[in-house]
Design a protein around this ligand. Structure first.
Ligand code: KIV
Ligand code: NA
Length: 265
């Protein structure tokens, strides 16, 4: 088996095929999704909130993303692995972006990188693509800018919609092979999807996108507390794990684990 490539992703849009993407931050979880046929796995900087215990994605470092991305690559055989460039690793300009992306490609082995920003990031995208590194763009709500924009729906109103369309065209013109649309009105996401020839990957962007992405801990019910409205919970792993931990604790305290069958002589 060979890995899915960005070429396969391009062909999927030409064929009108939709595809799913999930995040993963470790080898074992990634191997489950890979074996389940998820074609694209994103090592998102949502690892900040979902894996590393930060409040936002802002503190995540390139060292952390490199380590997590390498684990996901090692745990998978077929999926295209996309590594997120964290805040501060590409904003200085194209050269910094290339240096950072090169680490994810060479040290972690990712097949593509993702970065946030439309028009504001087009020079970074262009240099990476010219250098042979496929780039997934990310527009609409961009969580690394939480301190400036908060977590609000993006592209509401005529002016904001026009800006989102300009951002979408800018990343396509710069050579991105796909673009994430986060928390964008469904009608606007549908229009972007029609206008672009590269696939749109929606999260909170309605049903018309070419692909969808969810954060795995949200999708599987492991995240504690509330999850955004756009999440569909396919399992309740928090409940499953909590029940198992309690049962184990009871067994140990009550002397019913380990038993003879778990012992060696
Ligand atoms: O970090 C992440 O998980 C993401 C997706 C939500 C697109 O950027
Ligand atoms: Na991200």
């Amino acid at each position: 088996t060979r890995r899915i490539t960005v070429r396969d992703i391009t062909l999927a849009k030409e064929r009108g095929e939709k595809w799913p993407m999930l995040t993963a931050y470790d080898a074992m979880t990634a191997s489950v999704f890979d074996e389940s046929g998820i074609p694209v796995i994103l090592v998102g900087d949502s690892a900040g909130n979902c894996h590393l215990g930060y409040e936002t994605t802002v503190p995540v470092t390139l060292d952390e993303m490199t380590m997590l991305s390498a684990a996901v690559v090692r745990g998978t055989r077929r999926a295209l692995i996309v590594g997120d460039l964290p805040f501060g690793s590409y904003q200085e300009g194209p050269v910094q972006a290339l240096r950072s992306a090169t680490r994810l490609v060479k040290e972690a082995g990712v097949g593509a990188v993702k970065l946030e920003g439309g028009e504001r990031s087009h020079e970074q995208i262009r240099l990476l693509v010219e250098s042979g590194i496929p780039v997934m763009a990310h527009i609409g709500l961009t969580p690394q800018s939480v301190n400036a924009m908060g977590y609000r729906v993006q592209g509401r109103g005529e002016e904001a919609a026009q800006q989102l369309l300009r951002d979408a065209k800018a990343v396509q013109d710069a050579g991105a092979f796909a673009v994430v649309l986060e928390l964008v009105p469904a009608e606007l996401a549908a229009e972007v999807t029609r206008v672009l020839h590269i696939p749109t990957v929606g999260i909170g962007a309605g049903p018309e996108c070419d692909a969808q992405v969810l954060v795995w801990t949200d999708m599987l019910g492991l995240t504690s507390g509330r999850v955004p409205k756009f999440v569909k919970k396919y399992a309740d792993l928090r409940e499953v794990m909590s029940n198992a931990a309690k049962a184990y604790a009871e067994d140990v305290v009550g002397g019913t684990f380990p038993l003879e069958e778990h012992s060696v002589h």
